[in-house]
Write a protein that binds this ligand. Structure first.
Ligand code: BG6
Ligand code: MG
Length: 220
């Protein structure tokens, strides 16, 4: 692939590792409801909205609750989650990510965030990444959550980029599906086991240069 028109990054699990904090808070909530789930089920919660996550957890036990209770449960989980992310600092940005972003900036490639999280603005603040991204589309700005491509399509539009010539970086199967459905070049960040639908899977950003990556994409 030649130089892309833009690069859009998922936040949780790509720029910073927050999935354990999400997992722990959901597990704590599920335990209080006498519902249990493990890491494999947790993969299904990655990338999807808070609302969809609670629905999936309740469905594990065919549980139906009134709307106000569902709302209270989501607030409780979010309170625990927010307590844990309040500790984040720029040192928590994943290895190799700052260098990779810097190189993209030097190449004058527009950068965006496409996240399902309504907490994304806080996380970006804690990580001091506000000036790095030309656009931040998060869970507050979309109607349809991943695997719907809305979040990435809005990002590409704001960056004036053609999805076909835009790279999306994602750690969740739902996010890879969203990128593929939107016609983007999808890069899975993590394990081939869950992200096999991506155009290319990388383990992480350590020692990765944009040039190396673009070459690998054209090699496919
Ligand atoms: C995604 C996470 O980025 O955001 C999901 O991968 C999470 O696990 C979703 O459920 C919504 O996050 P929040 O912060 O709005 O509850
Ligand atoms: Mg993610």
């Amino acid at each position: 692939m030649t130089k892309p028109e833009a690069c859009i990054f998922d936040l949780d699990g790509v720029i910073v590792e927050t999935s354990d904090a999400h997992f722990n808070a959901w597990q704590r909530l599920a335990e209080s409801l006498d519902i249990s789930f493990g890491e494999e089920f947790n993969e299904q919660l990655k990338g999807v909205s808070r609302r969809k996550s609670i629905e999936k957890i309740l469905a594990l036990d065919d549980r139906e609750l009134p709307e106000d209770e569902i709302q209270q449960l989501m607030d409780k989980k979010n309170g625990w989650y927010q307590d844990s992310i309040a500790e984040l600092t720029p040192d928590d940005i994943l290895d190799g990510v700052p260098e990779f972003l810097e190189q993209l900036q030097e190449m004058e490639i527009p950068l965006g965030i496409g996240s399902s999280s309504k907490n994304a603005p806080y996380i970006i603040d804690y990580l001091q990444l506000n000036s790095t991204f030309g656009v931040i589309i998060d869970g507050n700005k979309v109607e349809n959550t991943k695997p719907d491509p809305e979040v990435f399509l809005k990002g590409a539009r704001a960056l004036n980029a053609d999805p076909v010539k835009t790279i999306v970086f994602e750690d969740a199967a739902s996010g890879v599906e969203a990128a593929n459905r939107g016609g983007f070049v999808s890069i899975g960040v993590g394990s081939e086991e869950y992200l096999g639908a991506a155009d290319l899977v990388i383990q992480n950003f350590k020692d990765l240069t944009p040039e190396k990556l673009f070459n690998q994409i054209s090699d496919k």
